[in-house]
Design a protein around this ligand. Structure first.
Ligand code: MG
Length: 264
């Protein structure tokens, strides 16, 4: 069953998307060489709780792993997703992916972004730009009458000219009262296949792209996902509502140019 949200539910999720975008804004301001990922986690948790919301990821449970111990995922360089924040200090010349969610009034919002810490080489900048761009290309296909496979196909087509790897094992998802709902939203696919997209669907689209292989492995902490070849990875994610008029990105600040013109 795919849960179609009523307009009032989308309004609630829009508010939560704005809240989460505010948290992202504060984190981006704080990210710099020398800060630890644990510092960023504390800043995120304080900001989320200060809004009266709760972090969606804290104590998140999946079979075969201990409950997730933090409010954000902080994944550095070859870490793709689910990196656990701690005492590690950010170093000049690295990249950091932050993934986070909050729940307020019974509805979740979920977003992710990757930033360079200081200067990185051109191929790494290309990775960040291409991953971000592929997210917006995917978002542009999130419209009634198209199918889940159209989103994945568009993301894949946007990445392939760069020769980057597209992670297959971790995918986007429906979102609402649960952090993860049906349907799954892969970052690859065939046109006109998969579930039909309908007004009222809310989905998290989240391409995870690497400089090398699409293959991954999980570290002994049973959470941190790294590329199998050690190549660096980027991750961008928005929560998106599918409306009669087309996609609406929920995880943005008011006045952000992305609201008016998501495809840049
Ligand atoms: Mg997600």
């Amino acid at each position: 069953m795919i849960h179609l949200k009523a307009p009032w539910e989308i309004a609630a999720m829009r508010g939560n998307g704005r809240r989460l975008a505010e948290v992202a804004f504060r984190l981006k301001e704080a990210i710099a060489p020398g800060i630890t990922t644990g510092d960023l986690d504390r800043l995120a948790e304080e900001t989320i709780r200060g809004m009266g919301a709760q972090p969606s990821f804290l104590n998140y449970a999946v079979p075969g792993a201990p409950p997730y111990p933090a409010s954000i995922c902080a994944s550095i360089n070859e870490e793709v997703v689910h990196g656990i924040p701690g005492d590690r200090r950010l170093e000049e010349g690295s990249i950091l992916s932050i993934d986070m969610g909050l729940v307020y009034g019974g509805y979740h919002a979920d977003m992710a972004f990757t930033v360079a810490v200081g200067e990185v080489d051109d191929r790494v900048l290309e990775l960040l730009d291409a991953t971000r761009e592929s997210l917006y290309v995917g978002v542009s296909r999130a419209r009634p009458g198209l199918r889940v496979g159209d989103i994945g196909h568009a993301i894949q087509g946007s990445i392939q000219p760069h020769g980057f790897g597209i992670i297959r094992q971790y995918v986007g998802h429906g979102i609402g009262r649960q952090l993860h709902e049906r349907p799954s939203i892969p970052n690859y696919g065939k046109p006109d296949t998969g579930d039909l997209l309908k007004p009222g669907m809310c989905i998290a689209i989240e391409p995870m792209i690497t400089l090398g292989t699409w293959k991954t492995r999980v570290l002994r902490d049973r959470w941190t996902v790294v590329t199998a070849d050690g190549s660096w990875a980027a991750h961008f994610e928005h929560t998106v509502a599918i409306t009669e008029q087309g996609p609406e990105i929920l995880t943005v600040l008011d006045g952000d140019p992305e609201v008016a013109d998501p495809i840049r």
